[in-house]
Design a protein around this ligand. Structure first.
Ligand code: URA
Length: 215
């Protein structure tokens, strides 16, 4: 049964990208305990705040089966989600740790672990229909946080807008008609270690999201 026929917004058994499916098979052989499948979104479909990352990290979401869970990229993210009332705890340990998101959902532009953390254009495009489905469930007055340029462009594409009209810039706010999109540099280890993204900068993005949602 296709995803459309089943009414599901996401295919947990998707193997549409041959390179990613083959790569995941190999990673599963090396790490039999890892999740190693398309990682589903975390949080309620009708949440008003959607955080969109890039793709599962090898020893994070790909291991745990929950976005941004188990590696460095999630540390600051869950701290901020908790600080601004979007999460019941300030860290996410495992998919079954009981953590709850509040009016918030977390997903990735690409649902499968890509080699070297780099999905190719065709993979981002193939996965785009899942993201489009998720964006469609957003209620009115929602805010979508794009973590990095790839997530930003995937969101613009999902909504059928032209990329030239919406350029990625840290802290930029874009009106995409159905919702507002707030850009942030990705909270990756590289960006936080190089201080391209500091805690203060990320905090300000979350404060803005909270303000928009509380209006
Ligand atoms: N983990 C995720 O789930 N997404 C990212 O973008 C990075 C790490």
């Amino acid at each position: 049964m296709s995803v459309a026929e089943s009414g599901e917004i996401f295919d947990r058994d998707c193997r549409a990208c041959p390179r990613l499916a083959t790569f995941l098979d190999g990673v599963k052989e090396r790490y039999p305990d890892y999740y190693c499948r398309p990682v589903p979104p975390f949080g309620a479909p009708d949440a008003r705040f959607l955080v969109v990352g890039l793709a599962p990290g090898m020893h994070g979401a790909n291991r745990s089966g929950r976005p941004f869970t188990g590696d460095h990229a999630g540390i600051l993210l869950y701290q901020m989600l908790h600080k601004y009332g979007f999460a019941s705890r300030d860290h996410s340990e495992a998919a079954d740790d009981g953590l709850l998101l509040v009016d918030c959902r977390i997903t990735n532009a690409v649902k499968c672990l890509p080699p070297d953390n780099k999905p190719v254009g065709a993979e981002i495009n193939t996965c785009n229909s899942f993201l489009a489905n998720e964006l469609m469930t957003l209620p009115e007055n929602s805010v979508v946080m794009a973590l990095g340029g790839i997530a930003h462009r995937a969101i613009v594409k999902s909504m059928g807008f032209r990329q030239v009209e919406f350029k990625f810039a840290h802290a930029a706010l874009h009106d995409l008609e159905q919702f507002q999109m707030l850009d942030s540099y990705h909270c990756s280890r590289y960006n936080t270690n190089t201080r391209r993204l500091t805690e203060t900068m990320f905090d300000a993005i979350f404060a803005k999201a909270r303000e928009l949602l509380d209006k």
